[in-house]
Design a protein around this ligand. Structure first.
Ligand SMILES: Cc1cc2nc3c(=O)[nH]c(=O)nc-3n(C[C@H](O)[C@H](O)[C@H](O)COP(=O)(O)O)c2cc1C
Length: 319
């Protein structure tokens, strides 16, 4: 119950003293992270400890100018990582199966569980922490900056440091709205009203809607992030339609490669009459693209790979 009491009082910290954290504490946090449960013991995650101050400043900028990333004694980036698994299989003569969607799911789960353990250990040692989803504002730049190979995706950052502030705990929804028994119970109007009432203290205006609207409604932050996240997922090799190399090739020809649908839409906008996809069976895909007196054929192991091949024929020079 002492643990629960500590959780009741905890709050994310965004103002830090510049005091360093003793290495043994950092090592304890990293060990705690590694003790987290992990699907099939595969450990589909990595942790980047950002020590380089200039790199830290650049990440803070990419995350929307979040000063606490620079001030905190430590900054970690939690990575979903199936690259290491692929290497381990290859090392023993096996090759990775094709399961990009499930890989993304389990790798993110593993990364979050490890990060949660790291954060809880840090708070147990008296440090403050703050998760940083702002890295997803500019995820492609973050992936480039951190040298992430295909199979690796930034999930979130985590600041850890000696707190300069003791923020008040933020409210949560009533348990009855979050915990369902046996079957999912959809939300009646009065329950939704209760949710807003419970969350009102979160903002000075007393209206949770302001925050929800800013992030999640039409024209909000998440909508702006989504296309870039799609591009990242494709480029890092987690999209079934788009192997990483094909997404990069399509992007290099000036077409958005967040999804196959986006690429086709851009193709039509460039005056192509259409793209005819054929599945030849046995994992072989063919596509024809046509406009005026031109027609180009591409083939590959996925529709996106075939499209990339056709576009490479149409536009031999990448940008
Ligand atoms: C995935 C995730 C991303 C977050 N991203 C940010 C962020 O970019 N910047 C920030 O200051 N806080 C960020 N937070 C912290 C949340 O705002 C905070 O956890 C939430 O408001 C609840 O407050 P509490 O942690 O103090 O209880 C993030 C939290 C999570 C779990």
């Amino acid at each position: 119950m002492e643990f629960l009491q500590r959780l009741r009082n905890r709050a994310s910290v965004r103002d830090y003293q510049r005091t360093p954290i003793p290495e043994e504490d950092v090592l304890a946090m990293l060990e705690a992270a590694q003790r987290a449960p992990t699907d099939a013991t595969a450990q589909l995650y990595s942790i980047l400890r950002i020590k380089d101050r200039a790199l830290r400043a650049e990440l803070a900028r990419l995350a929307g100018g979040q000063k606490h990333i620079e001030d905190a004694a430590e900054f970690f980036v939690l990575l979903a990582d199936v690259h290491r698994l692929e290497k381990l299989l290859e090392f023993r003569g096996e090759s990775m199966g094709r399961w990009p969607r499930t890989a993304l799911h389990f790798a993110i789960v593993d990364a979050v569980l490890a990060g949660a353990n790291l954060a809880t250990m840090a708070e147990t040692l008296g440090y403050g922490i703050c998760w940083i989803g702002g890295l997803l504002n500019r995820p492609l730049e973050v992936a480039d900056l951190l040298n992430l190979p295909p199979g690796v995706l930034p999930v979130a950052g985590l600041t850890v440091g000696v707190p300069k502030e003791r923020p008040n705990p933020r409210p949560r929804l009533p348990q009855s709205l979050v915990v369902h028994t046996d079957r999912y119970q959809d939300y009646a109007r009065d329950a939704l009203g209760l949710a807003y009432e419970a969350m009102a203290p979160i903002s000075r205006s007393g209206d949770w809607l302001k925050i929800l609207k800013h992030y999640f409604a039409k024209g909000g932050v998440m909508e702006a992030r989504d296309a870039r996240y799609g591009q990242l997922v494709a480029r890092q090799g987690f999209s079934p339609d788009f192997p990483a190399a094909s997404a990069a090739s399509i992007e290099a020809r000036g077409l958005p490669a967040a999804s196959l649908g986006d690429a086709i839409e851009a193709l039509l906008e460039r005056g192509w009459r259409g793209a005819l996809f054929q599945n030849e069976g046995e994992g072989q895909h063919v596509v024809w693209i046509e406009k005026e007196d031109q027609a180009h054929r591409g083939e590959g192991a996925a529709p996106g790979e075939a499209l990339a091949a056709a576009l490479e024929a149409a536009y031999p020079d990448a940008h």
